[in-house]
Design a protein around this ligand. Structure first.
Ligand code: PLP
Ligand code: ZN
Length: 442
């Protein structure tokens, strides 16, 4: 069967462009492009046969189909030759049953999708494998791309640098100076990318990179490029597959530039079109209160949207005031009867720390989603029977200062609720035992 996909305007124009064209916006109306699939061709395979095919490939060894992304290749990007695919076995991440945390909250069917357990430590790998593979294909077809580039809050750059260096393609990374963690910064450096620290915030980096990307010899890797969204949409397919093709009731996802929330939606919509599922979940997008332009828009029923200057937040990967994918995110939330909520710095830190006590190790963005989860349960928007998935977007190990800062309070600061300070003791049996007893009897 010949499956096909192409770029098409997301604002309704009929113009289409091949996926190998270097283009990010509609020539007609400047709207973002999205990847469209030949749905009739996909429908020629029955839903049960799709499920069967995906099950056969899932986490097996046949390259690249063991990857959670490329195991769904026909629904993601059927036009790339397997020879051009750069895969690092993306996806296949654990769906952590948060039994203990969920019980504390009154949500026993609570699951955390651990997208940060991945090659570069965030869900960004899911989209980057598709984008960089397409660049390899374009180069193989004879076009000259001198470099791939992106603006980043730290995770996109890590993913781009890793995939580009695996492909042997030069990468250029634009980061806001001193606004990413040391762990995030060292990733593109180690992978040999040209790493530029700009005296601005993420939105400022995005402005510069979009101007650079007007040149046809540079290829833009931000999520304005819908190829990334196609890879990321496998999150939804994989979650449903992990539940033996059952659809959950709620999905809570942290949002910054807002590409991922639309990716999540697209995954469900294509499964619905192919008859793989017969209902949709509701989606909650979680924002940091200090970077909440979508939350503010939601307060107006999405009738208004205003970009803001994002304030500094511990959730640095979503410290974005002018999200490039805001329109597609709003479309998604409308379609999925969605909501938007926000978390303060204290709420996100406490939610992450509280859940850490039940076996997790959450990044601050996951903390934002967990804080919103707690609020939704409190106002009975989520009920005990609901199956809830929280998308954990990155590995907590990429954000050590977030945790060190929480558990190592400066003198005079108020003590956080879930503080756990190490004790410094003499190496003395009696003294050590006394402390253990005191702790266990407390
Ligand atoms: C990129 C990122 C997000 C936000 O995703 P968007 O698609 O920009 O909304 C959230 N958390 C982490 C850890 C990220 O790296
Ligand atoms: Zn258009």
């Amino acid at each position: 069967m010949n499956y096909n996909a192409w770029f098409q305007c997301s604002e309704g124009c009929n113009d289409t462009y091949p996926l190998t064209e270097i283009i990010y916006r509609c020539k007609n109306c400047d709207g973002l492009l999205e990847v469209r699939h030949d749905i009739d061709a996909l429908k020629s395979r029955r839903a049960d046969d799709w499920k069967c095919l995906f099950e056969q490939r899932y986490m097996r060894t046949k390259y690249p189909y063991g990857s959670g992304v490329w195991g769904k290749k026909e629904l993601v990007c059927p036009t790339i030759d397997d020879d051009n695919i750069i895969s690092m076995y993306e996806g296949g991440t654990n769906l952590f049953w948060a039994e203990r945390f969920g019980e504390q909250l009154g949500a026993p069917d609570l699951w955390i999708k651990q997208c940060g357990n991945s090659h570069t430590g965030s869900f960004k790998d899911l989209g980057m494998t598709v984008l960089v593979s397409m660049v390899k294909q374009i180069i193989a077809e004879g076009r000259d791309i001198r470099a791939v580039m992106c603006a980043s809050t730290g995770d996109t750059s890590a993913a781009l640098a890793a995939y580009a260096s695996a492909a042997g393609i030069p990468a250029v990374i634009l980061l806001p100076k001193e606004k990413v963690t040391r762990e995030q910064l060292i990733q593109p450096i180690a992978n040999g990318a040209l790493t530029l620290s700009l005296e601005t915030d993420f939105d400022g980096c995005m402005d510069v990179v979009q101007k650079l990307a007007a040149r046809k010899d540079f290829y833009l890797a931000n999520s304005i490029n819908s190829l990334r969204i196609e890879g990321q949409k496998t999150i939804s397919i994989e979650i449903v597959q992990q539940f033996d093709w059952d659809v959950p009731d709620w999905i809570i996802i942290p949002g910054g530039n807002l590409g991922n929330v639309s990716a999540l939606g697209l995954g469900f919509l294509i499964m619905q079109e192919l008859g793989i599922i017969d209902k949709l979940p509701r989606i909650a997008c979680a924002q940091a209160e200090r970077a909440n332009p979508l939350y503010r828009s939601y307060q107006t029923g999405f009738t208004e949207f205003h970009a803001i200057t994002a304030q500094s937040t511990q959730a640095t990967a979503i410290q974005i005031g002018n999200p490039v994918s805001v329109h597609r995110a709003i479309r998604t939330l409308r379609r999925f009867d969605g909501i938007v909520d926000q978390a303060t710095e204290e709420e996100l830190a406490n939610a992450a720390a509280r859940a850490d006590r039940t076996g997790l190790f959450n990044c601050p963005h996951t903390g934002v989603a967990l804080a919103v989860l707690i609020k939704m349960i409190a106002r009975k928007q989520i009920l005990p029977d609901d199956r809830v998935i929280v998308i954990s977007t990155a590995n907590g190990l990429k954000f050590p200062n977030f945790k060190v800062g929480y558990h190592n309070v400066a003198p005079g600061e108020p003590l956080p609720r879930y503080l756990n300070k190490p004790l410094e003791l003499e190496a003395d049996y009696e003294g050590v035992l006394k402390q253990i007893d005191a702790h266990l009897n407390a």
